[in-house]
Structures are given as structure tokens and as C-alpha cells.
Design a protein around this ligand. Structure first.
Ligand SMILES: NC(=O)c1ccc[n+]([C@@H]2O[C@H](COP(=O)([O-])OP(=O)(O)OC[C@H]3O[C@@H](n4cnc5c(N)ncnc54)[C@H](OP(=O)(O)O)[C@@H]3O)[C@@H](O)[C@H]2O)c1
Length: 364
């Protein structure tokens, strides 16, 4: 199962889950596979193809309950049954109502011994976005920032390239590629001109790019806009704005193949982030990777919408009372109000570290 989980991590599958499968017969691995991207064959199919006749009587280790309905691909339960697999060991059940428990029931009905729960905690974490989406109907939201050891995300003159080293930045591209959407505030677009793409070799997909921009200040010449004009299907760009935005600016951006969504405004006249999350949920966006800047992060925290924080810290000092920080806004007045992260993990990326933890808002 450990190997199946390792394989599953290689997938770029939103809105589908990441799944790995290893087939073992008489103590020997006879086939393995993972689902590389949504719409492509599932992990079980790759593993069964590799095993061929040797799948008969084998044990299948699968990180998620095999799916049992005709979607973009035929049911994996049928494939496992037809191949004559003797036993199926599953890490966790799928909570998508179209599968949940039904996959196991089909395997059992076909006389296959089926066990659930091996390495369940890891498997749950691997697909936390997918599981959250099917439990709540809304995307799993991660706030990401890269800062210096003294907590600055750019210099006081606005320079922010690069704070962290290659290894941490590569990890960010991986996280982007595995997210439903990458989200940035218009402040970052104006200062940093980011492309908001995942830049790694041979990626099967790009996340939807989203800019939160209440008054359509995004220049039509911005790099991220130019990219949308070149390839609107493969690197789509959505700008979330409000009713008060200038229609002419909207028309200009639409000409550049940018999608503009007018959403309700919050009390400050800015994009209502709950409405944005709802819009993305309706499009089956299972996760949002919010890459700041600090004002947008503050907005997501104020609205109690974020589920996880992943901050990178580089051993550099910048100083500057006016240099930006990962969370701006007004902030809390007392230590008692500080948000404490749960289930914290610390990662090393050469000289940089990554701190990851979960937020809870008191409603479970
Ligand atoms: N190192 C890093 O990881 C990193 C990452 C990103 C940015 N940065 C740095 O951060 C700085 C930019 O950060 P920033 O805080 O100025 O800008 P930001 O967070 O990127 O964008 C903030 C803007 O988003 C718009 N917005 C719309 N709806 C909002 C809402 N509900 N809540 C909050 N904002 C909303 C607002 O402008 P409107 O009112 O016009 O809509 C707001 O001013 C730059 O210096 C950049 O280099 C660093």
C-alpha cells in the first residue's frame, strides 16, 4: 500500500482523486499503476494491463475504493473481477455518493475478499481536497506564501523574485498542477506580473487561473492575460469582479479570451469570496491554491474560508516596516485571537523550510 500511495502522488487528476494500485502474487509485484490525469484510464487498469494473466489470484492494493459506474472510463470493479483478482485491499472508501460502499459491495458479491483501512490516514491526506469537496460541496482551500525569515514576502520596493530556492519553487509548481485552481489578488498581478501557470515538464493539465479584481484593474497587457489569449483552452483565465467594474474594461479583457465573472461585493465593496468559492464549486473545482498576496489571504481568513496554510520560509532577512507580509488586513488585537494551526508538518527544501498546517473554524 505504501508503494500504491507513492504511485498515486504522481497523478494530476482534478476533479478526480489521485489513485495508485499495486498487484502482488505470491509475494511478487506483478503490476502497478496510477491514474495520470482525469479522463485517462484508472490506476487499476494500468496495473492489470501490466500484470496480464498474472493478475489471476493476485492481491490488489488500491489507495481508494475502486469505482463502479460507467463514467469517462468503464468501472474498475468489473476489470478487477474479470481479471480474477483474489483479494482487494483498499486504503479508504470513496465518499463520492456514486461509489461510496458500492464498489466494495460489488467486489464482495463477486466473491472477492475485500478489506478496507490499510494506511487510511495517509490515503485520506493524499485526497483531502477530493474528499472535502464530496463531503461539503465546496473546494478545499490552501493559502500559500513564500517569505523571508523575518516574515517579508517582497522588498519594500516590491521585488519578490526569488525568495526561496529551486527546490521549494519546484514544489509550488507541483502543488499548482495538482490544484483545481490557482488564485491571486490583483495587487500581486500589478506588482509581480505572474503567469500563474504550473511550469514542470510533461504536465497533462494546467489549473484554472483566477484573479480577484473588484474593479478590473488587471491590465489587458498583463502576462497572464496574454497567455489566455494565446491558449484560452489549455491555460484559461477567470477574473472575478463586481458589478461596479467598468463594462469597457470587461469588453477589452473578453476580447483577450479572458472570462470575466461579476459577483456580489462584500461590505468593503470587494469581491465576495464566498460567492467566488460557490461559483468555482459549481464548476467542480475541488481545490483552490491561493497564492496571495497578503490582502487576499486576509480576505480568505476573515471570511473563514481557508482550510490549510502552506508557507515557505527562506533563511534570508529583508527588513522594512513597509515590506509586504503573507497576511495583511487589520490583523487580530490580542494573542488570544491568534489562529493556531493543527496537525502541523515541517518540510525541508534544501536551505528553505515549508510549514503546513490546518485551520479549523469551530464548526468541525
Ligand atoms: N512571496 C510571496 O509568496 C508573494 C505572493 C504573492 C504576492 N506577494 C507580494 O505581495 C504584494 C501584493 O500583495 P497585496 O496584498 O498588495 O495584494 P493582493 O493580495 O495580491 O491583492 C489584493 C487586492 O485584491 C483585491 N480584492 C478583491 N476582493 C478582495 C477580497 N475580498 N479580499 C481581499 N482582496 C480583494 C483588492 O483590490 P480591489 O479592491 O481593486 O479588487 C485588493 O487590494 C506584492 O508586493 C507581491 O510581490 C508575495
Amino acid at each position: 500500500m505504501r508503494q500504491a500511495l507513492r504511485l498515486a502522488r504522481k497523478g494530476f487528476t482534478p476533479p478526480n482523486p489521485r489513485v495508485g494500485c499495486v498487484l502482488v502474487r505470491e509475494g511478487e509485484v506483478v503490476g502497478e499503476g496510477y491514474c495520470p490525469a482525469a479522463g485517462q484510464p484508472h490506476a487499476e487498469v494500468f496495473a492489470l494491463r501490466a500484470a496480464g494473466e498474472r493478475a489471476r489470484g493476485a492481491i490488489a492494493y488500491v489507495t481508494l475504493e475502486p469505482h463502479c459506474f460507467h463514467g469517462k472510463t468503464p468501472p474498475c470493479t468489473d476489470a478487477l473481477i474479470a481479471a480474477g483478482v483474489a483479494r482487494v485491499v483498499i486504503a479508504i472508501l470513496d465518499n463520492n455518493p456514486r461509489v461510496s460502499g458500492k464498489g466494495v459491495a460489488q467486489l464482495k458479491a463477486a466473491g472477492i475478499e475485500t478489506v478496507v483501512g490499510l494506511r487510511a490516514t495517509e490515503a485520506r491526506r493524499l485526497n483531502e481536497d477530493f474528499l472535502h469537496f464530496h463531503e461539503t460541496g465546496t473546494p478545499f482551500i490552501t493559502l500559500k506564501a513564500a517569505m523571508t525569515l523575518d516574515g517579508k514576502t517582497a522588498t519594500h520596493t516590491g521585488e519578490s523574485y526569488w525568495i526561496t530556492g529551486d527546490s521549494a519553487r519546484r514544489h509550488v509548481h507541483l502543488m499548482r498542477a495538482q490544484s483545481g485552481a490557482v488564485v491571486a489578488g490583483v495587487g500581486t498581478v500589478l506588482k509581480d506580473a505572474p503567469m500563474l501557470t504550473a511550469r514542470l515538464p510533461n504536465l497533462p493539465r494546467q489549473p484554472l487561473r483566477v484573479i480577484v479584481d473588484s474593479h478590473l484593474r488587471t491590465p489587458s497587457t498583463a502576462k497572464c492575460v496574454q497567455l489566455a489569449e494565446l491558449a484560452p483552452e489549455s491555460v484559461p483565465l477567470l477574473i472575478a469582479t463586481t458589478e461596479s467594474a467598468d463594462p469597457q474594461r470587461e469588453a477589452l479583457l473578453r476580447e483577450k479570451r479572458v472570462e470575466v465573472a461579476r459577483l456580489p461585493a462584500n461590505a468593503q465593496g470587494r469581491v465576495d469570496l464566498k460567492a467566488l468559492v460557490q461559483l468555482l464549486a459549481e464548476r467542480e473545482t475541488i481545490s483552490l491554491f491561493v497564492e496571495g498576496g497578503g490582502e487576499l489571504h486576509a480576505g480568505f481568513l476573515q471570511a473563514q474560508l481557508a482550510h490549510k496554510v502552506f508557507f515557505f520560509i527562506a533563511p534570508k532577512l529583508l527588513g522594512g516596516a513597509n515590506a509586504p507580509t503573507p497576511i495583511e488586513g487589520q490583523g487580530f488585537a490580542t494573542m488570544g485571537e491568534a489562529l493556531s494551526l493543527k496537525d502541523v508538518k515541517i518540510h525541508r527544501f534544501h536551505q528553505d523550510i515549508g510549514v503546513e498546517g490546518y485551520l479549523s473554524w469551530g464548526d468541525g
